[in-house]
Design a protein around this ligand. Structure first.
Ligand code: NAD
Length: 479
């Protein structure tokens, strides 16, 4: 079992990775630097032939990889984590260019890659044994085969490794399809991985949405691990049904943050702001609705406004910014519609400006809308940008009902000094991950998945490994 041949890694040339080799293409596209609007490097668009070759190589590599002892698979994954870490600075620079993230923020995502792999390598593949006078029943879990990982543009690295690590650990092979908006770090990570893994174990094909659709229909792909919007998730599920692929869908959310009356306002208000505006609001589990107890509503909102006014927004190379631009022009235009709607309806802007000043990059100042009505666009939809509404509440049952009154259920937060009380509120929220006294910080140590239209199934953590395996039960009868 020898690794692929790719050895010279250059951070300004990009390839699809097919059967362990770099492959270019006649057709190219490119990302755009969201801080400047300038085109970035060329990226090959995988052709149908490239795609079919990639699936064939992943299928060929599967049996040997599945039969490689799990301890050996872990050893290679750990080696990859170490190798990746050696290139952390280059990946951070690349991530800044393609995503616009401030350097400190990009460095956290890059650091998370090794952390993610290391945690997964500490897990055992689950198994179970039942024994009685008549029989012994062994419940074992086996790899699925070729998995396809379809990635959105908001966390191109961590969401790629979040699929690759558990898939490879459990003996599957994996094809990564990055978002066309952020193809660079995902392709480069998979290229680097060829120095460690045998050809076909982990591959990458870059291109447009059609390539994602091809993954969902190919008969030799056993599973789709998809992260993206609810609308696309539904298409993925529909297409995957034709070959009964396993699917995990990690989709959008409209997280509520409930502030109980006993919080320390000065301490908690800036944290709640961070929950809403982390990565300029472009986080599936960002706080998207803030419910503050009426007895502290004005003071709490004022503290949030004070903190927002200190937040610096700018390009990664401009120094000490907390927030960067919106990642792409499509999303920029979409976020602007929430500003236009709030202005047209006469909602109060507690901080931020209704009219976004056009600049070279896709910059938007963080904005809070003070108490818009329940049926407003800003409350009922996911803006996925730096704009968030606040509303007061007085009755706990009523605010929990308001928080749950959505077709999504990805995450949520509850803030209160009385932790038992806050936890009892958390248990009544209809969502996959609830954070008590913290903003939303998903972690590899726990399964991550949504309720309602926020997804199907979940990945990460010990339970998440099962999403990459079939159960196989062996019933042994005693003679
Ligand atoms: P998107 O759905 O537009 O695209 C996601 C990926 O799907 C891209 O790689 C795209 O090329 C691909 N794709 C597009 N059409 C496809 C098709 N028909 N079949 C297969 N693949 C297809 O999402 P986006 O705009 O990149 O990401 C933003 C959305 O993702 C937000 O709604 C956000 O909440 C959600 N998101 C969810 C999570 C989570 O873990 N739950 C994490 C990050 C983002």
């Amino acid at each position: 079992m020898s690794p692929s041949k790719v050895s010279n890694i250059e951070f300004d040339k990009f390839y699809n990775i097919v059967n362990g080799e770099q492959r270019g293409s006649k057709e190219i596209h490119h990302g755009v630097n969201p801080s400047t609007g300038e085109e970035l490097w060329d990226v090959p668009i995988a052709s149908e032939q490239d795609f079919n070759d990639t699936v064939a190589a992943a299928k060929k590599a599967f049996p040997a990889w599945r039969d490689t002892p799990v301890e050996k698979r872990k050893e290679l994954l750990m080696k990859f984590a170490e190798l990746f870490q050696q290139h952390a600075d280059e990946f951070t620079k690349l991530l800044c260019k393609e995503s616009g993230k401030p350097q400190k923020v990009a460095a956290i995502e890059v650091g998370g890659v090794s952390g993610f792999i290391q945690y997964h390598c500490s897990l055992d593949i689950p198994s179970d044994k039942f024994d009685d006078d008549e029989k012994t029943v062994y419940t074992e879990y086996t790899a699925l085969g070729v998995c396809g990982g379809i990635i959105p543009w908001n966390f191109p690295l961590i969401l790629s490794v979040g699929k690759v690590a558990p898939a490879l650990l459990t003996g599957n092979t994996m094809i990564v399809k990055p978002s066309p908006f952020t193809p660079y770090t995902g392709l480069k990570m998979v290229e680097l991985a060829q120095q460690i893994f045998p050809p076909g174990v982990v591959s990458a094909v870059g291109g447009n949405n059609e390539l994602g659709a091809m993954l969902t229909t190919h008969p030799d792909v056993a599973k789709i691990s998809f992260t993206g919007s609810i609308a696309t998730g539904k298409k993925v599920m529909e297409a995957s049904a034709k070959t009964l692929k396993r699917v995990t869908l990690e989709l959008g959310g409209n997280d509520a943050s409930i502030i109980l009356p006993d919080v320390d306002i000065k301490k908690v208000a800036p944290e709640v702001v961070m929950g809403a505006f982390q990565n300029s609001g472009q986080v599936c589990v960002a706080t998207k609705r803030i419910y503050i107890h009426e007895s502290i509503y004005q003071d709490f909102l004022q503290e949030m406004v004070n903190f927002v006014k200190t937040i610096k927004v700018g390009a990664p190379e401009e120094g000490d910014n907390l927030l960067g631009p919106v990642q792409n022009s499509m999303q920029y235009e979409k976020v602007k519609t929430y500003f236009a709607d709030s202005k047209a309806k006469g909602y109060k802007f507690a901080v931020g400006e209704p009219d976004i000043q056009d600049s070279k990059g896709f910059f938007i100042k963080p904005t809070i809308i003070d108490n818009p009505p329940n049926d407003s666009k800003i409350i009922s939809e996911e803006p996925f940008g730096p704009i968030v509404p606040t509303q007061p509440w007085s009755d706990l049952d009523e605010v929990i009902a308001r928080a749950n009154d959505t077709n999504t259920g990805l995450g949520g937060c509850v803030w209160g000094k009385d932790v038992e009380k806050a936890m009892s509120v958390a248990r009544r929220m209809e969502a996959g991950s609830i954070f008590v006294n913290s903003w939303e910080k998903p972690t590899p140590q726990a399964i991550f998945g949504g309720h309602k239209e926020s997804g199907i199934g979940g990945e990460w953590g010990k339970t998440g490994l099962l999403a990459f395996m079939n159960a196989r039960v062996i019933h042994v009868y005693k003679n």
